[in-house]
Structures are given as structure tokens and as C-alpha cells.
Design a binder for this molecule. Structure first.
Ligand SMILES: Nc1ncnc2c1ncn2[C@@H]1O[C@H](COP(=O)(O)OP(=O)(O)OP(=O)(O)O)[C@@H](O)[C@H]1O
Ligand SMILES: [Mg+2]
Length: 240
């Protein structure tokens, strides 16, 4: 495989809901090893981007490429099996299953049965989940459910983890803890493409970012350059 090939690419992607044009000629590129953030206001098309990666929304034009292969026509199951694990918006754990069973569900794409090592790894990253392994997921706090959603995604041993607003509804302290864990997960070898409204936090851990406005990429670059840009400061960092 070409070493310079991005792990994930959008090439001129257009998506629609009925006649509503959502993503407009969008290009993204995520390299292996990176944390890339996708910023943008409500309704910009961030979740639509994540759904497009997973094949839940099909582009009308353009291509989505993962490890050099076009994936935009593939069934979601196959896309996930290729090594992409979602941490969806609003967490969505299985409420009637225990923490441990939720984690096991995350390994469904795996052919091997040796998942204990991965369960242990998740417990090391999130000791809270170890303490609560037999608790029903639906009775966990919002922050604990977010940890579980991330842990479950890790169980698939993904090469790319796509996260939709991991800080949503979390206190600042918990957000910080979750973001520290995202950095740790990335250090352990998982590439991360994350949607975040908390631009400041996202740019602190990302290497690069894209800014989406009403379906168009209006800005992209290194996290540092975005942090210094007027547009980002005004729109997302509360500057004037
Ligand atoms: N199933 C759908 N049918 C019709 N329109 C939709 C559908 N899903 C999303 N939209 C619209 O598409 C646009 C983009 O939605 P999307 O969920 O991608 O935004 P977002 O950037 O994730 O916003 P938020 O920050 O609020 O989560 C919005 O205007 C939304 O109302
Ligand atoms: Mg969204």
C-alpha cells in the first residue's frame, strides 16, 4: 500500500436528504495516526458526515475512500468490518445489557474469541467501567455511558474511530477526562476523526481540523492555525 495514502478521504462528496442539499462538494483527508476534528454549528452537516462514512447516508456524487478502497457503495456492516468503529451522537449504549455485555457486543466484527485482553484494556482506560461491569448500562450516568460507548468502539480494534460529539452533556471535568483518554487511545495506534462543538477542547488535542458551515468546508488546517484564525475565534471560541 502507498505509505502516503490517507486512511480516510472524502472526494467531492455531495449528499442530500430528499431535495435538501446537505454536504456540498466536501473534501476531507485523514492520515493514519492523526486526530482530526470536524467543527461547525448546529445543522452544518457533521453528523451527516459520520453517517456518510458508515454508509447510512449515500453520497449522490463523489467518493468516500478508506485505505484506498471506495466504500461509499458498501453495506454498513462491511464498512465496520473493514476497521471503522463509530461512537455515535448521544452515545446509544444497549440500556438493558450490562457494561460487560455492551463491551462484548463491540467485538461482534471480530473473528477471534480472544477478547479478554481488550476488555482489560478498556478497564484500564476507564477504571469506572471495571467497577460497574455488572451494572445495566441504562442506569449509568451520562459520562459513564460515554465512556462505555468509547470502550465498546475500541473492542472492535478499529483502525479508525469516528466520534460524534464525545463531550455532549458532560461536565468540564469529565470532558477533560474523556479527551485525555482519546489522546491515549490515539497514542496506542487508533486514528480518530471527531466531531466537536467544543472547538477549544478539540483543537487542543487534534493535529488538524475542518470547519463546516451549512455543508461546505470553509476552513481547514493545523489545529494551531485554526485556533489563531479570526473565523474560528469569533464563531467557535467565543472571541470577538
Ligand atoms: N433524516 C433527515 N431528513 C431530512 N433532513 C435531515 C435529516 N437528518 C439531518 N437533516 C438535516 O440536515 C442538516 C445537517 O444535519 P446534521 O445532523 O448533519 O447536522 P450537525 O452538524 O450534526 O448538527 P448538530 O451540531 O446539531 O448535531 C440539518 O439541517 C438537518 O436538519
Ligand atoms: Mg450532529
Amino acid at each position: 500500500m502507498d505509505e502516503k495514502q490517507p486512511l480516510l478521504e472524502f472526494r467531492d462528496v455531495d449528499t442530500y436528504y430528499g431535495s435538501l442539499h446537505i454536504l456540498k462538494d466536501v473534501n476531507y483527508s485523514v492520515d493514519a495516526g492523526e486526530i482530526v476534528a470536524l467543527l461547525g454549528s448546529n445543522g452544518a452537516g457533521k453528523t451527516t458526515t459520520m453517517k456518510t462514512i458508515l454508509g447510512l447516508v449515500r453520497p449522490r456524487d463523489g467518493r468516500v475512500i478508506f485505505e484506498g478502497k471506495e466504500i461509499n457503495g458498501l453495506p454498513t456492516r462491511q464498512i465496520v468490518e473493514m476497521g471503522i468503529a463509530p461512537v455515535p451522537e448521544g452515545r446509544r449504549v444497549f440500556p438493558k445489557l450490562t457494561v460487560l455485555d455492551n463491551l462484548k457486543m463491540g467485538a461482534w466484527t471480530r473473528k477471534d474469541r480472544d477478547i479478554q485482553k481488550d476488555v482489560d484494556r478498556v478497564y484500564t482506560l476507564f477504571p469506572r467501567l471495571a467497577e460497574r461491569k455488572n451494572q445495566l448500562a441504562g442506569t449509568m450516568s451520562g459520562g459513564e455511558q460515554q465512556m462505555l460507548a468509547i470502550g465498546r468502539a475500541l473492542m472492535a480494534r478499529p483502525r479508525l474511530m469516528i466520534m460524534d460529539e464525545p463531550s455532549m452533556g458532560l461536565s468540564p471535568i469529565l470532558t477533560e477526562r474523556v479527551f485525555d483518554t482519546i489522546v491515549e487511545i490515539n497514542k496506542q495506534g487508533t486514528t480518530i476523526f471527531m466531531v466537536e462543538q467544543n472547538a477549544y477542547m478539540a483543537l487542543e488535542i487534534a493535529s488538524r481540523a475542518y470547519v463546516l458551515q451549512t455543508g461546505e468546508v470553509v476552513l481547514s488546517g493545523t489545529a494551531q492555525s485554526l485556533m489563531e484564525s479570526d473565523l474560528v475565534r469569533r464563531a467557535y471560541l467565543g472571541g470577538s
